[in-house]
Ligand binder design. Sequence first.
Ligand SMILES: O=C(O)CCC(=O)C(=O)O
Length: 238
Amino acid sequence: MSSQSNQFQLEGFTSAPSLFTPGEATTMRENVERYLKDVAPGLAKTDAITARPQSGEELTDQFVFLSRMDLHDSFFETLKQDSRLSDLARDLLGGEVEVQHVQFLDIIPGISRPTPPHQDAQFFALNPSHAVTFWIPLSEMTVEHGCLHYVPGSHWNGYLAHADTGSLRLKDERGCRDRGLAMPVKPGDLLAHHCFTIHYSAENLSGLSRWALAIHFYPKGSERLNEREWMHRNKPAA
Ligand SMILES: O=C(O)CCC(=O)C(=O)O
């Protein structure tokens, strides 16, 4: 078993420092810039979501979430097929895998909120719930930039109750932030977490946008339920 797989099994997350070269990380960033300018403005709202500032209801023209980028652009279609990603996913999930879509997330200081503590399992609605999220930073990420935090070992508790607030958020966040481990990373690195691992981001105090890509891998042949059916079968442990 690799040390990454060992950490993933025991703690629910792992990292792959410098999985991509600095040149590849720059190319990814340039392609996101191109996509934001040339592709995102022509997409339906479901695939390109703009920021809603904390202070008001008016939407801005700044994109904070892009989904299914691989369907709209060949650079991201090629990225998701990168064998370094599928090799790592096979190692972590322990078998053959299926790659999902490429997503982009921006946390804009003063505009978008930090990500609250949550698990990804409900989004995926898989039976059984076993999947990995790869999170690829496109800018320097320290605590000040609002880096991701993982709660080590939280995946062992299975599914926990989430509040329905439009975005997923644990109903009971008490203690999460005390136990959360900051994961500072740089472009070229990759973080990986299990779908039951509690994770959240710190507030972005850097004054700079915080860019990342996310790509999910499921075990090959996973059964996907609709969210209601999944919720019915997965009673929260707390
Ligand atoms: O980028 C973030 O702040 C959150 C990302 C996340 O929750 C995820 O990719 O599962």
